[in-house]
Design a protein around this ligand. Structure first.
Ligand code: AMP
Length: 504
């Protein structure tokens, strides 16, 4: 056990340091998409919408607009605020239809050619496309398309959809979309635009979110409602699972082209991804997270002097836990919000400071106290190891770790990019082994029934037709996983090394 512990700890700490200094080994976030139809300030509003969705992807951002005839594209590596607040960039994006995207690569390399929205000239004109999610048969399809001469410009799964649309012989853009989407599997919330229409579509299970809003006469599509709030748009409704909406100057049309199946939205949106001020599936994400904390307190409370959230992701659950257990809530860890994603690698001698860049203990509060630490999830365990150690160094008498979700035992293939099974702490360790690894006095996770109860399903998970996509905790993948299981697992993409952006 000891050698496992030391090896794992050494890896955790070095990964954790790396996490603060490079993007390379970070758990990869998913993406966010935004679109607006019929507004003279389409590009500016899209930049604002993307700013609100920045938590869904910080690697790159892009906006493609169309003025009824010509398309204009700006794609940049880095944060929205660093690139899309400049008049020089926004002013080049003419037109009253815009599609935007923030990206963290879950498929494809980190390179300019993969930054979305993608754009292609087709026989009917131009088409821009922004995708949140991951296809599970994109490599298999790509292989087939390449055999017939298709030339791919990126390594994203999204480009597969563009090729399928281009090959469709159907008469209308919407019918081409539908034909293409019948061939793909997996998770997709797409926003695309031709020269005169905006299209939004969600996969048949509705794994990734997509909402519809209205700003004056304009329609807006976005991954989350917080992107509607920022531009003062009214939330109308969610795009339903398997629904396609087409928005033109004549209004909005809805289509349900797929055989109807019960929706299974991703449960992780509630746990970690979505912003707490968003509504997902008609529920306040903030309230859901507080409920996770309340349920956790019911399931595994331990007497302590205070409940401390791991900021920011553990805050709502810690508030709920503290309220339900009548334990004082305190800010025992202070987060530095100004830590950039890349940090100049310091000399070896000051390397250990790295772990304190993002979080620091509020030592005078913690000293001599029994504390409950609360975070939303444990993936590799790097954050929790670091935080428990920090609490001990700050003089905590007892450290009890509580996690507001069940143990993550299975990787994701739908756009979350939780890592390989062998990197998931809970995939091969018991709770007691994990507690030992974290060096905590106790460790408890929210049960899967508690999670479902907190989400408004008092009877817990319906095992015959689960209400959510929850494979991370159960191994129950809601679609086939052709690319993982098939021969294309050996299929290698060639990676082009290209500069991030010539203008910076
Ligand atoms: P780890 O340190 O690897 O155990 O990751 C857990 C921490 O990362 C928690 O504090 C979560 O808030 C956060 N987290 C959970 N899932 C993800 C994800 N898919 N991408 C980035 N961070 C995540």
């Amino acid at each position: 056990m000891q050698s496992f512990k030391n090896a794992f700890l050494a890896r955790s700490l070095s990964e954790n340091y790396h996490k603060l200094t490079s993007n390379e080994h970070q758990i990869r976030d998913e993406c966010g998409a935004f679109g607006i139809m019929g507004h003279p300030d389409a590009a500016t509003l899209t930049a604002l919408g993307l700013q609100a969705l920045q938590h869904r992807g910080q690697e790159a951002a892009g906006i493609v607009t169309v003025d009824g005839d010509r398309f204009y594209a700006e794609r940049r590596m880095g944060l929205v605020r660093d690139n899309f607040t400049k008049n020089s960039v926004i002013n080049r994006l003419c037109g009253n239809i815009a599609v935007g995207h923030v990206r963290y690569s879950t498929t494809g390399e980190t390179a300019m050619r993969n930054v979305q929205p993608l754009f292609a000239d087709m026989n009917f004109g131009g088409l821009s496309l922004a995708h949140n999610g991951n296809l599970t048969n994109a490599l298999a399809i790509r292989r087939e398309l390449e055999k017939t001469g298709a030339i791919f410009q990126s390594t994203t799964d999204t480009e597969t959809i563009l090729h399928l649309i281009a090959q469709s012989t159907k008469a209308t853009v919407v019918d081409k979309f539908v034909e293409a989407l019948f061939k793909v599997n997996g998770a997709y919330a797409l926003i695309g635009s031709s020269k005169d229409q905006l299209i939004g579509v969600r996969d048949p299970l509705g794994i990734r979110p997509l909402v519809l809003g209205r700003l004056g006469e304009s329609y807006v599509l976005a991954s989350e409602t917080c992107a509607l709030d920022i531009i003062g748009a009214n939330f109308i409704r969610e795009i339903e699972n398997g629904e396609l909406v087409s928005i033109t100057s004549n209004g909005i049309q809805s289509l349900k082209p797929f055989p109807p199946i019960k929706e299974r939205p991703c449960i992780f949106e509630y746990i970690y991804f979505a912003r707490p001020d968003s509504l997902v599936g008609g529920k306040s994400v903030y309230e859901c997270r507080k409920n996770f904390g309340r349920e956790l307190a019911k399931e595994s409370h331990v007497e302590a002097d205070m409940v401390i959230p791991v900021p920011d992701s553990g805050v709502p659950a810690a508030i709920g836990y503290a309220e339900a257990s009548k334990t004082p809530y305190e800010l025992g860890i202070i987060r530095n919000h100004y830590v950039g994603r890349t940090f100049i690698q310091p000399q070896q001698s000051i390397r250990s400071f790295g772990v304190k860049l993002k979080h620091n203990a509020n030592a005078s509060l913690i000293h001599g106290k029994k504390i409950i630490l609360l975070d939303d999830s444990i993936v590799r365990g790097t954050t929790s190891v670091k935080i428990v150690r920090m609490m001990r160094e700050a003089g905590a008498k007892e450290v009890h770790f509580r996690v507001a979700s069940p143990p993550i035992t299975h990787p994701d293939f739908y756009g979350i990019d939780t890592p390989n099974k062998d990197q998931l702490l809970a995939s091969s360790n018991t709770c007691e082994e994990m507690r030992d690894h974290l060096e905590a006095d106790s460790l408890s996770f929210l049960s899967i029934s508690g999670l479902y109860r907190a989400l408004g399903h008092p009877a817990g998970r319906d095992d015959t037709i689960p209400q959510f996509t929850d494979h991370c905790f159960t191994g129950d993948y809601p679609t086939t996983l052709e690319d993982r299981d098939g021969k294309q697992a050996e299929f290698q993409l060639s990676f082009l090394s290209s500069p991030t952006h010539p203008e910076g």
